[in-house]
Structure formats: structure tokens, C-alpha cells
Design a protein around this ligand. Structure first.
Ligand SMILES: [Zn+2]
Length: 214
């Protein structure tokens, strides 16, 4: 039998617009989804995020997971609008709290890096990081005695990660970062020079050793 190619009618590629890939305000009430700046569309009921923003995906999520919701909160009813507004408010406050906690933990990590940096600069052993924390806590107990937020200050200091192993990791990370910066600078330079003093050993012999590895 001779081969006969089947010719299919050529489909026009779907445009992004036809798939409704930008968030429509009506979807908030229709499918109980919201979209904040720099965030994926999030379901107000189960907080799940939809990765590809298409009407179909939101509709499918709503119909398979929360279809019964429309029975208690009928579409286009005042009850539903009020519920959506309150769910949005709850989600927003949860996100704000989460962002606040993120910022706090970032600050604690940065502070721990600063302390480890100082210890390394002064050639102190890693084990002294824990002592720094103890000093910090003792001093804060007295310095912030009459402050209304004393307990939060002490809590932040207490959260500083300053064990000897953490200190070693921090210093290694900073060392690697400096090395990366130097390598990057060398790679980007068209040329570089090495300047040095004449070195003399105990026998007063001038020595020079240059090792260049590229
Ligand atoms: Zn959901």
C-alpha cells in the first residue's frame, strides 16, 4: 500500500491574549483568586498558586476543589463579595507577617556575618563568637532596662547564630566571596601588575617568585 500523508488543517497558533493570560479583576469573585504585584495568582481558599495564568487553570482549580463554595456564597451576591474582601484582607495580613519575619531573619543573618567578619579581622578563634553573643546579651540587659521593647531586643540578640561551626562557615563563605571578586576583577582586566617590595631572607638574599596560573 502506498504511503499517503495525512494533511491536517493548519491550526493558527493561539495568542496569549486569547488564553486570557493577564489577570482579570472579575476572577477574584468568579474563581476566588487574587494576584498581587510580583506574585502568582493565589487561591483565596487553599492558598495554592497557579503557575500558568490562564482562565482555564483558575476555573479548573475552582471547579475541582471548591465547587461547593458557590452554594453558600452564590456568584454575584453581596455575601460573596463581602467574603472575598475578608479573605483578601486575611491573606494580605498573613503575607505582611511573613515578609516581616523574613526581614527579621535576614537581619539576624547579616548581623552574624558582621560579627564573624570582625572576629576574623582580629584573628580571633571561631569559638569566641559565642562569647560575643553572651557579652551582647549581658550588656543589652542593662542598656535597655527601661525600654518598652527590651524583650524584643533580647530576642533578636538571642536569635544570632554564633556557634563556632556557624562562625567557621560564615568566614569561609566571606573568603570564597572575596576570592570570586578577585578572580572576576582579574578576568575583566586587560592586564595587571604585581608590585612588591624586595624581600630579604635571613641570609640577606633577594628572592622573587612569581607564579601565574590562568
Ligand atoms: Zn484553592
Amino acid at each position: 500500500m502506498a504511503y499517503s500523508p495525512v494533511t491536517k488543517p493548519c491550526k493558527r497558533p493561539r495568542s496569549i491574549q486569547s488564553e486570557h493570560r493577564s489577570f482579570q479583576a472579575a476572577w477574584e469573585e468568579e474563581y476566588l483568586f487574587v494576584e498581587w504585584p510580583n506574585e502568582k495568582a493565589t487561591c483565596l481558599l487553599c492558598k495554592e498558586k497557579v503557575h500558568v495564568l490562564k482562565r482555564y487553570n483558575l476555573e479548573r482549580h475552582y471547579k475541582t476543589r471548591h465547587a461547593s463554595y458557590s452554594e453558600n456564597f452564590p456568584l454575584h451576591s453581596q455575601l460573596r463579595s463581602a467574603k472575598v474582601a475578608s479573605l483578601k484582607q486575611t491573606l494580605l495580613s498573613q503575607q505582611k507577617l511573613f515578609l516581616c519575619q523574613m526581614k527579621e531573619s535576614e537581619a539576624v543573618t547579616e548581623a552574624s556575618f558582621k560579627i564573624c567578619y570582625l572576629l576574623a579581622k582580629h584573628k580571633k578563634p571561631f569559638t569566641e563568637a559565642e562569647l560575643v553573643k553572651k557579652c551582647f546579651l549581658s550588656a543589652a540587659e542593662i542598656l535597655f532596662e527601661n525600654y518598652s521593647n527590651k524583650s524584643s531586643i533580647l530576642k533578636e540578640i538571642g536569635a544570632l547564630q554564633l556557634s563556632d561551626s556557624t562562625c567557621a562557615r560564615r568566614i569561609e563563605a566571606m573568603g570564597e566571596n572575596i576570592q570570586e571578586q578577585v578572580i572576576k576583577a582579574v578576568r575583566e582586566s586587560p592586564f595587571f601588575t604585581i608590585a612588591m617590595d624586595e624581600s630579604t631572607d635571613i641570609g640577606d638574599v633577594a628572592q622573587l617568585l612569581v607564579r601565574v596560573r590562568y
